[in-house]
Design a protein. Sequence first.
Length: 74
Amino acid sequence: MEKALKACPFCGGKAELKQAHYLESELPYSYVHCMNNECALHHNTAHFSGESEQKNAQNAVTAWNQREQIPVPH
């Protein structure tokens, strides 16, 4: 079972897990990205490939959630 994704450590925005396949090889990969278009980290991070879809997803979520949280000013 997947863990819930923590909020983006840069802007506090919602994060999303994405899964896809490389066009050239059809190998699966997973990544997490911040859904806030204004965030400096809007592009993907915590990218994993080379294993099963489930394992890639678990690795991406774990990596994302282990990043240090930065307080968001209110």
